[in-house]
Design a protein around this ligand. Structure first.
Ligand SMILES: Cc1ncc(COP(=O)(O)O)c(C=O)c1O
Length: 441
């Protein structure tokens, strides 16, 4: 059982002293994990990571879903290292900028033009700006059932944590529901007179599109002159190497990729139709638009990481993709069978799409139960498994799956006993895990 976090606890304090939130990503923060957890990681290889106390874990977070092949994946790392020796940033574009743009363009159905950056938020925010410029309208309709689109104000103004954002942003971002075409139609009717720039959603995140939902979204957008943006920062390259847009057969006007595009190296891409994307170019006669221009967007080693990752994802009839879907499916089945056999399936189950499953913990009244979640994660950590959701990679092989299922068994037994005894909150140390998007700490 893993219970020694001595060095982690020292670094936890240092991190919270020097870094607001104690980490550079909120979802890696202390409020997202039980107190009995590693704070600081030293290295990773494949599907495993090691913390500063020498504890070894199976990692199911995989760099917030970005590390699709595995940590320190040899082929990608070798390509990146070789490119670093050639220098990474020059006075004019590297030849790789066009080469890799061409690769992405032939990979993704809607990618007539491509602009690279470093973060998913760079891409989604640039897509919003382009849509506003193209339509001359300001209103953004965003899917409310999907957790995150950007760190930028157009999105964060529409969350619980809107402090510091000018009030005049708020009226410009409106919501609709996933798999509810009527909710989108209603918002289009309401806001059309004001002028709608775009609809933005993940093609699939928490659930798959029901029936022809995405096709209907496409039709509504086309009919009303609204730019359709797919946020594929997570789904692209995970659901399918050609994007979820290929899998579900719907072509957006603009889409945004990141995360798995470069096996965790910092790279993102805004792609889309030529007539919209070229507004950011230097050869049209209309008013200029300042589209994504970053010092590091054309860094050569991240472009090499994109190229190598796509090459691997395309191999063997998409073996990586098939593996990821089957690992997620198996874990979901194993978890749900165990939970059912303990009679707690209404309070603890795994849902979601097989390539991106998640855990659900509910109180007896059906409300989210963060005490149960915290106890579960604490018990999994004791067994050497680090989870938030499940982000399968190509490196999660039989050993990792077997160890994880055995940890499920141990942890769900603890949950079952705690539910029966009514003492869940006394069985974990410290505060329960909290949602990132909350008004007060
Ligand atoms: C769906 C989605 N879009 C956009 C982003 C922003 O990506 P990044 O953190 O690379 O800026 C994220 C990040 O988690 C995301 O999940």
């Amino acid at each position: 059982m893993i219970t020694n976090f001595k060095n982690s606890n020292v670094l936890r304090q240092k991190a919270n002293f020097y870094i607001p939130g104690g980490a550079h990503t909120y979802s890696k923060g202390d409020d997202q994990f039980p107190q009995l957890s590693p704070h600081s990681i030293v290295r990773g290889k494949g599907a495993r990571i090691w913390d500063v106390d020498g504890n070894e874990f199976v990692d199911w977070g995989m760099g917030l879903t970005s590390v699709i092949l595995g940590h320190a994946y040899d082929e990608v790392n070798e390509a990146v290292k070789a490119e670093m020796d050639n220098g990474i940033n020059f006075i004019r574009p590297s030849y790789l900028e066009a080469e890799v743009a061409e690769i992405v363009s032939s990979q993704i159905p809607s990618a007539e033009m491509v602009k690279f950056a470093k973060n998913g938020s760079n891409a989604t925010t640039a897509a919003i700006k382009l849509a506003r410029a193209f339509t001359g309208n300001d209103i953004v309709l965003r899917c409310v059932d999907q957790p995150f689109f950007s760190i930028d104000d157009w999105f964060i103004c529409d969350t619980q944590i809107d402090r510091g954002i000018p009030k005049n942003f708020h009226p410009l971002t409106k919501q609709f529901q996933y798999n509810n075409i009527e909710s989108l139609r209603k918002q289009i009717d309401t806001y059309k007179p004001q002028g709608i720039a775009c609809v933005i959603l993940e093609p699939a995140a928490i659930e798959e599109p029901a029936g022809n939902f995405l096709q209907l979204v496409r039709e509504e957008c086309s009919q009303h002159g609204i730019v359709l943006i797919f946020d594929e920062v997570v789904s692209g390259f995970r659901f399918h190497p050609k994007g979820a847009q290929y899998l579900y057969g719907v072509t957006p006007d603009l889409s945004c990729f990141g995360k798995a595009i470069a096996n965790g190296f910092s790279a993102s891409a805004l792609v889309g139709k030529r007539d919209i994307m070229s507004l950011g170019g230097i050869s049209h006669d209309s008013e200029r638009l300042f589209l994504l221009s970053t010092t590091y967007g054309g860094e050569t080693h991240h472009l090499r990481a994109i190229q190598k990752t796509i090459e691997i994802l395309n191999r063997d009839d998409y073996a990586v993709t098939r593996h990821i879907w089957s690992v997620g499916k198996r874990l979901k089945e194993e978890f749900n069978n165990l939970s059912r056999s303990l009679g707690i399936e209404k309070q603890a189950y795994m849902g979601g799409i097989d390539c991106r499953p998640y855990f659900v913990f509910l109180d007896p009244f059906g409300n989210p139960d963060n005490n149960l979640r915290t106890l579960f994660v604490q018990e999994m950590i004791k067994c050497g498994i680090l989870v938030q959701g499940i982000s399968p990679s190509f490196s999660h092989q039989e050993d990792e799956v077997v160890q994880t299922v055995s940890a499920f068994k141990f942890s769900l037994q603890t949950l079952s006993a705690a539910i029966a005894a009514g003492d869940v909150s006394t069985r974990f140390r410290g505060e329960p895990i909290k949602p990132v998007f909350r008004k007060f700490n």
